[in-house]
Design a binder for this molecule. Structure first.
Ligand code: ADP
Ligand code: MG
Length: 594
């Protein structure tokens, strides 16, 4: 096992994890059983429909972390759209399914709109209300929906030789497989990483240029479209749709499938459907008590299997390979990145107060393009606050901050990131369960050109761009000395190494201004030397660098200009030699000790 460090790891990035392999075996088994026995064919037809719906919900609830009760209600709306279009208006199944997809998408976005700004708890309430209203509407709106009697005689889809019940099942399996592939493409891209970062409340996401509203909108649209499409197939499989079958239980079943199957894992919905739909259907006795079983399942899972069935399988499969996961840094500098035009940063009379505390008090400083400007000062002197205000995380109480003459104050962090400002954090904010390589690639978020559509279908531009970005990320990782750890989950790095990985991630964006908060903290002696070289390399490439740092030797080695902060005010400024020999500075540092 020992030589296989690189292939054994890579968690979310690798496609062939233990869970996906087991999953493929189960899926092939299910399809085979369905073909052999007609009874099972019906069962697995519905299982495939549920799977399509659940995969969509997994994007919203699993990857994005927004809980929806209304998924089944969206399936219901999709089912009725197809039923009415085909039976009442004589449409062919496929255009009707397209309509259902759009209807599902539309309703999902409408339900989600308030959640773009409000907390997602409101969304849960809205989705509960929607789930209760839909069946009532179907009964009331009799002329259109057939009331209690429903709509009868929905045709099944067919394509060429794929006819009848078997043909339908083959179509469903193909659609589910296609959807799986699309989601896999999305999940292993900046879109999936952005969902993940937002779900985890990672503030690094904003520093990376991600708009939370846009990502939420995407998740609502995608999951709604899947629900609508699943609804079309559901109607065809049922032949008859009535309001009664779309109970609260139907809606919540999707949530159980996703949460218990393994939220935010590709294989989760398949495990969920097999365990919580197929199994109870097979064991008829269990079917009656399904909700009770789910309730206890939820309790047991939250204690023993928080990552659901898929997560459990994954853990067992990985246990043995964990030891092989420690790599060694290569420490080679082979960076050949293009030069960047550094921006100037002009801060004037900047003030920031926390209640009565003046964290920044009339700070004025000027950072030359392409220079290394170091901020030093005792603990609590306002250094981190300064970076937080410049990068848009804190609003200021007064003053101006200009990047090449453009005012930054009042802009959101993601807007500032898009202007070419990148930062790292005093406490690293990497996505711990993604690999170091993925975290680094994620840094290219603001400059990636391939659209979500191109990424989802793995079109040429998306594939090329991903390859190019991965290549650059490897280069940057070797520049910071972490290439040997590219495939480790970021959480397994020391804090010092995580800081270096954050620098690599920030550099991926090709920023014009880069803000580093105490990059040397927690580094070993060797790493410290490399950091010095790295900072000079960043300057050589033309970027402007503002760095908060305590390490005097490092500062003396790299700084073009040093500004000393004390209690939010500028105490001294000049070259490192000037400021470190300054009486006031020496007193401020020694003040506490005397
Ligand atoms: P430094 O990075 O120089 O050690 P900080 O900028 O983190 O200092 O903090 C400067 C002062 O502002 C400290 O007194 C700190 O307690 C206060 N401060 C920083 N962030 C906040 C906050 N979010 N809320 C309230 N006070 C804060
Ligand atoms: Mg600080």
């Amino acid at each position: 096992m020992s030589g296989s460090a690189n292939q054994a790891v890579g968690r979310a990035g690798a496609r062939f994890t233990p869970e996906t392999v087991l999953c493929a075996i189960l899926a092939v088994g299910a399809v085979a059983v369905a073909f052999v026995n007609g009874h099972y064919l019906t069962l697995f037809t519905f299982a495939a429909v549920y799977l399509i719906g659940a995969m969509g919900l997994n994007v919203l609830t699993g990857y994005m972390g927004i809980i929806s009760i209304a998924h089944g209600a969206l399936v219901c709306v999709g089912a009725y759209a197809t039923a009415i279009a085909t039976v009442n208006y004589g449409w062919n199944f496929w255009p009707a399914a397209g309509l259902s997809t759009l209807v599902g998408l539309g309703f999902s976005v409408l339900l989600g709109l308030p959640a773009l700004r409000l907390s997602s708890w409101y969304f849960v309430l809205i989705t509960i209300a929607f789930t209760l209203v839909v069946p009532a509407m179907l009964v009331e709106w009799r002329d259109f929906t057939g009331g209690y009697a429903g709509v009868i005689g929905i045709p099944s889809p067919s394509i060429g030789p794929l006819q009848g019940q078997t043909g339908f099942f083959v179509i469903l399996v193909a659609v589910a497989a296609l959807l799986w592939w699309i989601i896999a493409n999305l999940v292993n891209s900046r879109i999936g990483w952005a969902l993940h970062a937002l779900r985890d409340g990672n503030i690094g996401a904003q520093a990376n240029g991600i708009s939370s509203a846009r990502m939420r909108l995407f998740a609502f649209a995608f999951s709604g479209a899947c629900a609508g499409l699943a609804g079309a197939f559901y109607a065809a499989a049922k032949i008859v749709v009535t309001p009664e079958e779309f109970s609260f239980e139907f809606s919540i079943l999707f949530l159980f499938i996703v949460v218990l199957g393994g939220p935010g894992r590709l294989a989760g919905p398949l495990f969920g459907v097999l365990a919580f739909y197929v199994l109870p259907e097979l064991l008829t006795a269990l079917r009656e008590y399904r909700m009770i079983v789910f309730g206890f399942g939820l309790l047991a899972f939250s204690v023993f299997l928080p990552a659901g069935l898929a997560g459990g399988v994954d853990q067992v499969g990985r246990r043995r390979s964990r030891k092989a996961m420690v790599g060694a840094p290569t420490g080679r500098l082979k960076h050949e990145a293009e030069p960047v035009e550094g921006a100037s940063l002009t801060i004037a009379n900047l003030r920031k107060q926390f209640g009565g505390l003046k964290a920044l008090d009339d700070v004025t400083l000027n950072v030359e393009p392409g220079s290394i400007h170091v901020i030093v000062g005792p603990n609590g002197s306002g250094k981190t606050t300064l970076l937080n205000v410049v990068s848009g995380f804190y609003p200021a109480n007064g003053g101006t901050i200009k990047l090449d003459g453009a005012e930054l104050l009042g802009m959101a962090p993601e807007q500032i990131a898009k202007l070419g400002v990148q930062r790292t954090f005093q406490t690293p904010k990497l996505l711990g369960d993604l690999s170091v390589l993925e975290n680094t690639c994620f840094g290219a978020y603001t400059r990636e050109k391939a659209s979500g559509f191109e990424i989802a279908l793995s079109l040429l531009r998306a594939v090329r761009e991903k390859r190019e970005i991965t290549r650059e990320a490897h280069q940057l990782l070797s520049l910071v000395g972490l290439d040997g750890m590219a495939h480790l989950p970021a959480a397994e790095l020391t804090h010092g190494q995580q800081r270096l990985a954050e620098i690599a991630r920030a550099l991926m964006a090709r920023p014009r201004l880069i803000l580093l908060d105490e990059p040397a903290a927690g580094l070993s002696m060797g790493e410290l030397d490399r950091l010095g070289d790295l900072l000079k390399e960043i300057r050589r490439l033309g970027m402007t660098l503002v760095m908060v740092e305590h390490h005097i030797e490092l500062v003396a080695n790299v700084a073009d200009h040093v500004t000393v902060l004390d209690q939010g005010r500028i105490l001294a400024a000049g070259t490192s030699e000037e400021v470190f020999n300054d009486e006031a500075v020496i007193n401020a540092y020694m003040g506490g000790a005397k």
